[in-house]
Design a protein around this ligand. Structure first.
Ligand SMILES: [Zn+2]
Length: 233
């Protein structure tokens, strides 16, 4: 299991009263080039608590903090006119969200909770302030550090880059690619291009940046597994 210590709350940013299904979110996120739904749990308008991406898999819901978090989304977050962010949680959703948070906390020893906008001030998501609302459930929250995603990109140097280049080389060898990649500890233009090649081959976001999704996909690739899909077919 990955090192989860935090819940991050989201909204679907859809108008009050409009239901949104897990399958619909999955389709939106696939359209962004992701491996399907980026959230782990989804709270419907009637309070139904639905499964998204399996909890043991790294999510895609908060930039820089996916490694150690679980993404929980409630359906809504915009007013009926779709003109402004609004806390549209129905009473059933508020109850379900609270129950979900407590269940996850107890099952996984989670010590911290945040709203998406706590990590991205430019976003209104989840359209309410999650930390003060749920802080009483997480007494150790202020003393708990968030897990930062490990990210490598062009310009980086060192043993982590060398290990990534070694993975790329092993994968190329494994699939019989005829051009080897030379060992290096410098993330240069060539390493970036080969990273993009790998990302395109595996059908993930091809930004040339090595974050948790790309690493996870490399683990699968080296084991001979197909590209990850968030929802089982
Ligand atoms: Zn969000």
């Amino acid at each position: 299991m990955r090192p989860i210590n935090e819940i991050v709350i989201h909204c679907t940013a859809t108008p009050a009263g409009r239901e949104v299904s897990v399958a619909e979110i999955d389709a939106w996120h696939k359209a962004r080039g992701w491996s399907g739904i980026g959230y782990h749990r989804v709270i419907y308008l009637d309070g139904s608590r639905m499964a998204g991406r399996p909890i043991e898999r790294i999510g895609a819901h908060v930039k820089g903090h996916n490694t150690g978090t679980i993404g929980v989304v409630y359906v809504g977050g915009m007013n009926r006119e779709f003109t402004a962010a609004a806390d549209t949680r129905t009473p059933a959703q508020k109850d379900a969200l609270l129950a979900e948070i407590i269940d996850l906390r107890d099952r996984l020893n989670i010590e911290k909770i945040s709203g998406h906008h706590d990590y991205d001030a430019g976003k209104a998501c989840p359209s309410f302030d999650a930390r003060p609302e749920y802080a009483h459930l997480f007494p150790a929250m202020d003393a708990t550090a968030s897990v930062e995603d490990d990210i490598l990109r062009r310009g980086d140097h060192g043993p982590a880059v060398a290990a990534w280049v070694d993975d790329l080389a092993r994968y190329r060898k494994k699939i019989g690619h005829k051009w080897p990649i030379q060992p290096t500890d410098a993330f240069d233009h060539t390493v970036e291009l080969v990273t993009i090649w790998f990302q395109q081959l595996r059908g993930i976001v091809d930004d040339g940046v090595v974050g948790p999704q790309t690493r996870d996909e490399m683990d699968r690739a080296l084991k001979g597994m197909p590209p990850f899909q968030a929802l089982a077919a």
